[in-house]
Design a protein around this ligand. Structure first.
Ligand code: NAP
Length: 242
């Protein structure tokens, strides 16, 4: 049994990733923060389709919770380890920087970027010992090219890209790969307040992406076929130049 942890798996892109990995045969650990109903529904759909998994709620921005929950999982599963980590949980809280509060800055950095460090380091050692592992983080077009109103979010996502490239170089010899997937506009709760009719005109493929469009690429990066790819950022944005 191979184990995959997907953070923010209750809804949106994380839900599609969890479903894809379960369909590919992984036992999926579904992390979420507060939305238990949505997380249970995601797990039920996975089980109904013959997949396997369990819920693992914790706040990715709280290092103590991350250590406690993942430490307890490791103790309960001494013969197993998390072979695939998908750092997907994220939030946005937009505003022009001139009006941005310290809390707005810190919350977005902490949930999107600090979480990369907190969660990844908990699963890293077993991957290195077994010389087998995949760390995949969902970043954003905003972190590659910038986006007005998103200095906090762009900084966090660009930070993950930099950290992933460095980590890829640190651990390549141990055959653990570290990559990012960078969506553009994807139809989820996070983008439901955006004017899709207007914004899709910016997209050469002329539509917002679906969570499944992103999940397919994550599925490939989690698979053995991606073994010679590390330190990369793969865009899933319908052709927006990045
Ligand atoms: P979403 O629909 O808003 O879902 C966010 C997920 O993250 C939920 O499962 C939520 O859990 C979880 N989450 C939020 N804060 C958390 C915390 N502190 N601890 C644990 N889980 C937490 O978002 P999405 O659109 O699927 O986005 C997923 C990822 O893709 C994010 O990293 C986002 O930045 C990135 N992305 C999205 C787009 C897009 O267009 N949608 C574009 C580029 C990048 P609860 O259900 O418990 O709240």
């Amino acid at each position: 049994m191979k184990f995959a942890l997907v953070t923010g798996a209750s809804r949106g892109i994380g839900k599609a990733i969890a479903q894809k990995l379960a369909g590919d045969g992984f036992y999926v650990l579904l992390n979420y923060h507060t939305n238990r109903v949505a997380a249970e529904e995601t797990l039920r759909e996975i089980l109904d389709h013959g997949g396997q998994g369990e819920l693992l709620p914790f706040d990715v921005s709280d290092n103590a919770q991350v250590e406690t929950v993942l430490g307890a999982w490791a103790e309960r599963n001494p013969d197993n380890y998390i072979e695939v980590l998908v750092n997907n949980a994220g939030i946005r809280d937009d505003g022009l920087m001139v009006f941005m509060s310290v809390d707005q800055w810190k919350n977005v950095i902490s949930t999107n970027l600090d979480s990369f460090f907190y969660v990844t380091r908990q699963v890293l050692q077993p991957m290195l010992i077994r010389k087998q592992g995949r760390i995949i983080s969902i970043v954003s077009l905003s972190g590659q090219k910038g986006q007005p109103g998103q200095t906090n979010y762009s900084a966090a996502k660009a930070g993950i890209i930099g950290a992933s490239k460095s980590l890829a170089m640190e651990i390549g010899k141990k055959k653990v790969t570290v990559n990012c997937v960078s969506p553009g506009f994807i139809e989820t709760d996070m983008t439901k307040d955006l004017d899709a009719e207007l914004l899709k005109k910016l997209v050469p493929l002329n539509r917002f992406g679906t969570p499944d469009d992103v999940a397919e690429v994550v599925g490939f990066l989690a698979s053995p076929e991606s073994k010679y790819i590390t330190g990369e950022v793969i865009s899933v944005n319908g052709g927006i130049y990045s």
